[in-house]
Design a protein around this ligand. Sequence first.
Ligand code: ZN
Length: 315
Amino acid sequence: MNAHQPNASPDERRTVHVREVGPRDGFQNEPETIATADKIRLINALGRAGFKRIEVASFVRPDVIPQLSDGVEVLTGIDLPDDVARMVLIPNSRGLDNALHHRELYEAATLFVSASQTHNMRNINRSVEETMADVAVMGKRILAEDLTYCAVIATSFGCPFEGEVPMDRVLELAEQFAASGATEIGFGDTTGMCNPAYASRFFAAAIERLPGVEVTAHFHNTRGQGLANAYAALEAGCSSFESSFGELGGCPVPKGSTGNIATEDLVSMFHEMGVETGIDLDAVISAAREAQDVLGRKLTSHSIVAGPVIWHPAI
Ligand code: ZN
């Protein structure tokens, strides 16, 4: 075990948080628009699986992402246990205005930026600097509403347009988020460019530079290294992860590639290693299978195909 984690003892590290992002990151990037009633049913199923935080909606413009235009209906329709925080993604001040009209429907708000200038321009049509200037204002408004303020930095491990993204640049942006009041910061491997050795170095450095912040790993499996990266981050002291049930979604660049790591595969790996998640693996697999029925096609996470491990080796 790496001894780099300053804010958790080795014992505490054996429990990790897994945040489900499928209803936003997943549904957004699937080619089909999923009916509101189906989204509500699937999110309620996830709510029964033991997640403490689920990203359920986004306040992006409906003409930009029509798949998520029913966010308010979804938030109004879902029925989650009281201890499950509902998270929403907010792209800019306008989205925040809209989101705050529905303040009672969620507990956590997530702001985001891409570490790569080109990716940020293509994604939200603004420079990184413009986005971060807006973040400073939005962060205050989020905290004033007594919401949990989260942040995500996309293309933290490489950009499909620019290539390498320096670690220092990513961590400086994270420090800016922390300075504006964010208490949870996720690092997204948007197009699957991370590798386990880099994940190990990166998360050790991130945890050291962001005291008091919940540092979260958001890996994609685009090049088959998602779970290996999650393991490396865990060993470096990271205890918070984001993933998507059914392996839904993820960035559609490069075209046709896999996106998010599957929650059921991540949870299965942790449980087999003796790492607690508080999540009912069977319930996640059954929610993912229900998503297959809704989409009308096979989903290919390992745990959907093979089922959970039955033989438990001595840990
Ligand atoms: Zn993702």
